[in-house]
Design a protein around this ligand. Sequence first.
Ligand code: ZN
Length: 250
Amino acid sequence: MKFRYVYITAIILGALFAPLLPWYYLALLVVVFLSILFFACINLSWNFFIPITCKAFTDEKMVALSFDDGPAMYTENILDTLKQNEVPATFFCIGKNITGKERTLARINDEGHIIGNHTYSHALWFDMGSAAKMMADMKDMNTLVKKTIGRKPLLFRPPYGVINPNLAAAIKGRKYTPIGWNIRSFDTRIKDKQKLLSRITGQLKPGSIILLHDSMEITAAILPELIKQIKSNGYKIVRLDKMLNINAYA
Ligand SMILES: [Zn+2]
């Protein structure tokens, strides 16, 4: 909706002022318009192209863990830690990573965690595709999950945290529930364990969705301490679908 308003406003302003103003004012208008679009694409919480759930609206001290990009090198290790601590999580898996790791995918489901769709390809150029191409990619992922656990994911996390009008259309077309986050751990960049821990725990709020990656060694390494610190701050760790009161599968 917001996208439509900005688009229409830009066209009206352009049409009104094009005959009156020098070209560089119009160029500035185009730059401002494109800048808004760019930042809207990389800020899921703006809800610019489509509403995206980035947190739960609650006063209850609870948070949800989410792991992107698996099944990966550290998924099993992370599953062990979650099991030992009786903590649920959501894994936004990549379809092409499932081949050879079907048992890990099944384990995620068997141990009471949720599997979400994070596309089949997670390709760098994913966001350049048409809505139809994106839908086909997302469907390929769901088909693989259905083959393994007998259910199709409804929760979708955009790769690279990027959204655009075509992806918004693909999400709507397939009736996915798009899920973002409000605590980005930066576990793919931060090398220092203490820094990573305090970055996450320093942002805890009721209803937070925490973004982590099961492809990262540091994430597997800090997880036991992270769970301990979240709990000692008085927070419960709950499953995303329960915290949001939504269906995780079709
Ligand atoms: Zn990803």
